[in-house]
Ligand binder design. Structure first.
Ligand SMILES: [Ca+2]
Ligand SMILES: [Ca+2]
Ligand SMILES: [Ca+2]
Length: 690
C-alpha cells in the first residue's frame, strides 16, 4: 500500500514539518464560466481532503486582483461564503461577478480561507490561479497559450548563460556567490554540437502537473498524452490537461523544464534534453493517490497509457518510516523494467530526498556530519529498479539538504536556494503574477530583460531538481542508442560518473571506548567503482556517458538473476554502547563464477527500544564495506521493531560468492536489544570485461 503521504522533494524537507506536502487541506478550482452580457457565472469546486475539521468551519472564497502574499493592497472583487463542507467531501457552486469589474488582459486569483486554519503560508489558506481575461474579454483557465512570449532571437536561450548546471563558467545565476567553474553536467560536446537532444525519447513527469502551453515546454509536449487524475473532481477540467490551479508554483512545470525545456527558441534557458518528448501525470495532486501512483508509473494501458513511457521522472518521496518491501510497488517497478520499452525496461529516476538537515526529533552532533534521515529509510528506496539521485551544488559538493544513503546511484546538479548560492534556473508557471517567484523576493525578477514575462525562476532546488537533470541525461543516451536496456543505462552512468568532493574524510567517534567509524570516505570497490553514500558513484558526466554509449553493445550485461540467501537466524544481543558491535558472517555460494553484483538488499529484523541508536554495516567477501544505516538515523526515531530492507550499491560489479559480514552497532548508552534475523538478496549479471 502506498498509504504514506507522498511529498515533494523541493527545497523544504519531507517530514512532519514539511511545508509542501502533497495534499493541501483544501483545494479550490474554477471551471469554465458561461459569459453573459454583463456578468460571468464562475463554477468553483472545493475539495476538503479531510484536514479541515468540521462542517462548522467557515469557508470563504474571494476573487482578488492580485495574490495576497506580497501585496496587501489587492482589491477583493468578490467574497462568497461557502456552504458547510465535511471532511472528504467536495462541493461545487457558482459565483457571479460583473464583467465591468474585470479588466481585459488581467489575471485574477481565487483565495480560499478557512477560519479554523490560521497559517496562510503553509498551503492551507492560499491563493489559486483563478482565471485570466484576454483582450476580447474571453476567460482563460490555467496556462494561456496566447500569453506574450519573449520574442527574442530564436537562435539563443537568454537565460542559458546563467544555467551553471549545464555549463558552469563561474556565473552567479542571480545569487550572491559565483559558481565554481566546471561543476556541472560535463556536457560541453553536447552543447557545442547540438546533438543528441533526446529526440523521440518519452519522459513522463510524474508530479503535481505541467503547464502544457508554457512557451519553453509546448514544443516538446506530446499531444493528448498527459493525464489529469482530477478531471472528474475539477469541474470542466480536461483529462489531458494536468495543470495545477494554484498560483504559487507548479512543481511539475519546473521539473519538466530542467529535463526538456526547448533550446534555441529565444526564450528562457534550456533543458538537458531539449528534444525529448514530455508528458505529465499529476499524480501528486491526485485526490486518489494510490491508483494514480500505479497508473502513472507504467501500470496502465488506458487513461493514461503509461506503458509508452521511456523515462519516469519521480521528483517526490514517501515520508520516512516505511521500511518493508511493498509487494505491489515492487511488482509495478519489476513490470516496468521487464516489459516496457519492448522489454528493454523503463528508467525510473527518483529523488534521494532532502532530509540531510531535517531532524524531526532529537538532533545529535553526529547528524550535522552524517545527516538526519537516510535516503534508504523510505518505502521503495531500496528497490534495485530505481535510479536514486542525490544533489550537488554549484560549488561541486553535496547540496546542504541532499539525503545520503548507500541506495544512491548517481548525483546531479540542483544547487542551494538561489540567494547566496545558485539554485536551478528553469520554467515557472506562465506569467509574472503566478509561480514560485510570487512568494520569493529574490532570484531572477519576473520583469528582468531575460525573463520579461515571469515565465522562469532561478530558485528551484532540492533533489527534485537533481532527478530531472539525470532524466535528461538518460534521454540523450537513449536517443544515441535506443536499444540500451535499463541495466545498460545504470551501468554506463556508474562507469562514467565523475568523482566530486574527493577528499571527504571519514567520521569517527569513541563509542564505549572503541573507535567507531560512522561515515566512510570515498571507497573503491573490488570491481573498480568508486562509491560514497553522499553521491552514489558520483556526478553524472554526460559527454563521458555518451562516449561509452557509442562503444557499448546493448544488452551485454548477461541474464538478470535474482538470488536470495537463506536467513541467518541466531538471535543475539547487540552490545550496548559498544563501537565494535555485534558481527555475524553469512557464506554465499552457488552464484556463477563470472557473476557480477548489480545490487545487494539486506533484510534485517531487530528488536530494540531505540532503533535510531543503531548502525548497520555490511562487508563483502572482497572486503568492501558499506554503511547501510547510519547511527542516529532520524527516520527510525520511535520504532522499536525493525523488519527492514536496505539497499547498497557499493558492491556493484563484485562477485557475490564468499563470506559476507554484517555488523550492528548500538552507539548510545542505555536501551538494549537483539538482532533476530538477516538475509541478503542479490541482483546479478555478467559485465563486459570483468
Ligand atoms: Ca529555451
Ligand atoms: Ca511565473
Ligand atoms: Ca543503547
Amino acid at each position: 500500500m502506498i498509504t504514506s503521504l507522498l511529498c515533494l522533494f523541493l527545497a523544504v524537507g519531507c517530514g512532519p514539518d514539511a511545508k509542501q506536502s502533497m495534499a493541501p487541506d483544501l483545494i479550490v478550482f474554477a471551471g469554465d464560466a458561461p459569459v453573459h452580457a454583463d456578468r460571468i457565472e464562475l463554477p468553483v469546486s472545493i475539495i476538503n481532503w479531510g484536514a479541515v475539521p468540521s462542517s462548522t468551519t467557515q469557508l470563504h472564497v474571494y476573487i482578488n486582483e492580485r495574490p495576497i502574499w506580497n501585496d496587501s493592497t489587492t482589491r477583493t472583487l468578490l467574497d462568497a461564503e461557502v456552504p458547510p463542507l465535511d471532511p472528504k467531501t467536495s462541493i461545487r457552486f457558482e459565483v457571479e461577478i460583473a464583467l465591468d469589474e474585470l479588466e481585459p488582459d488581467s489575471h485574477y486569483y481565487l483565495l480560499l480561507i478557512a477560519d479554523a486554519l490560521e497559517d496562510e503560508r503553509n498551503g492551507r489558506n492560499r491563493d489559486y490561479s483563478g482565471f485570466s481575461v484576454d483582450e476580447e474579454g474571453k476567460l482563460i483557465m490555467g496556462c494561456d497559450p496566447s500569453a506574450p512570449h519573449d520574442g527574442r532571437d530564436g537562435a539563443t536561450d537568454p537565460l542559458f548563460d546563467e544555467q551553471w548546471h549545464l555549463e558552469n563558467t563561474g556565473q552567479r545565476a542571480y545569487a550572491a556567490i559565483r559558481a565554481s567553474v566546471g561543476e556541472d553536467l560535463r556536457m560541453t560536446n553536447v552543447l557545442s554540437s547540438g546533438t543528441p537532444t533526446g529526440a523521440g525519447v518519452r519522459i513522463a513527469v510524474v508530479d503535481t502537473g505541467m503547464e502544457l502551453c508554457h512557451p519553453d515546454l509546448a514544443a516538446n509536449v506530446e499531444t493528448d498524452a498527459s493525464y489529469n487524475f482530477n478531471a472528474n473532481d475539477w469541474h470542466n477540467a480536461e483529462p489531458a490537461e494536468p495543470y495545477l490551479p494554484w498560483a504559487t508554483g507548479d512543481h511539475g512545470t519546473s521539473v519538466a523544464g530542467i529535463a526538456a525545456a526547448a533550446a534555441y527558441n529565444g526564450t528562457g534557458g534550456r533543458g538537458v534534453a531539449p528534444g525529448a518528448v514530455l508528458r505529465s501525470y499529476n499524480m501528486l495532486a491526485a485526490v486518489e493517490s494510490e491508483g494514480a501512483y500505479y497508473d502513472s508509473l507504467g501500470g496502465s494501458e488506458t487513461d493514461p497509457d503509461s506503458t509508452l513511457v521511456d523515462i519516469f521522472n519521480m521528483s517526490f518521496g514517501t515520508l520516512p518510516g516505511e521500511f518493508g518491501v511493498d509487494p505491489n510497488e515492487d511488482q509495478l517497478l519489476r513490470h516496468g523494467v521487464t516489459n516496457l520499452r519492448n522489454g528493454r525496461g523503463a528508467l525510473y529516476v527518483k529523488s534521494a530526498g532532502n532530509a540531510f538537515n531535517g531532524c524531526g526529533s532529537i538532533r545529535r552532533p553526529a547528524n550535522a556530519r552524517i545527516g538526519c534521515s537516510s535516503s534508504n529509510s523510505a518505502s521503495s528506496h531500496h528497490s534495485p529498479y530505481l535510479i536514486m539521485v542525490g544533489a550537488f551544488d554549484a560549488q561541486g559538493t553535496r547540496a546542504s539538504y541532499s539525503s545520503a544513503g548507500s541506495n544512491l546511484w548517481i548525483s546531479a546538479p540542483a544547487g542551494e536556494f538561489g540567494y547566496n548560492f545558485g539554485a536551478i534556473i528553469t520554467t515557472d508557471q506562465v506569467g509574472s503574477d503566478r509561480g514560485y517567484h510570487v512568494i520569493a523576493n529574490y532570484g531572477v525578477p519576473p520583469d528582468d530583460v531575460d525573463n520579461p514575462h515571469g515565465n522562469y525562476v532561478s530558485t528551484f532546488t532540492g533533489t527534485s531538481a537533481a532527478a530531472p537533470n539525470a532524466s535528461g541525461a538518460i534521454a540523450l543516451m537513449l536517443e544515441a542508442q535506443p536499444d540500451l536496456t535499463w541495466r545498460d543505462v545504470k551501468y554506463i552512468l556508474a562507469k562514467t560518473a565523475r568523482q566530486i568532493d574527493a577528499d571527504i574524510e571519514s567520521v569517527q567517534y569513541l563509542v564505549g571506548g572503541t573507535v567507531y567509524t560512522a561515515q566512510l570516505p570515498w571507497i573503491a570497490n573490488a570491481a573498480g567503482y568508486r562509491f560514497h553514500n553522499w553521491y552514489g558513484f558520483g556526478a553524472v558526466a554526460v559527454d563521458a556517458a555518451l562516449e561509452l554509449v557509442a562503444g557499448h553493445t546493448p544488452d551485454a550485461l548477461g541474464a538478470f538473476v535474482e538470488m536470495e540467501t537463506a536467513p541467518m537466524a541466531d538471535v543475539v544481543s547487540i552490545p550496548d554502547n559498544d563501537g565494535a558491535g555485534i558481527a555475524q558472517t553469512l557464506t554465499v555460494e552457488g552464484a556463477a563464477d563470472d557473476a557480477n553484483i548489480e545490487a545487494v538488499t539486506l533484510h534485517v529484523d531487530i528488536t530494540h527500544p531505540q532503533t535510531n541508536d543503531l548502525a548497520i554495516h555490511l562487508t563483502s567477501p572482497s572486503g568492501t564495506e558499506s554503511i547501510l544505516n547510519p547511527i542516529f538515523n532520524d527516520a527510525l526515531a520511535g520504532n522499536a521493531d525493525l523488519a527492514w530492507d536496505l539497499l547498497s550499491n557499493a558492491f556493484y560489479g563484485e562477485s557475490p560468492n564468499g563470506d559476507w559480514t554484517m555488523q550492528v552497532v548500538d552507539a548510545a548508552p542505555e536501551d538494549e536489544g537483539t538482532l533476530n534475523e538477516w538475509s541478503l538478496t542479490f541482483a546479478l549479471g555478467t559485465h563486459p570485461g570483468s
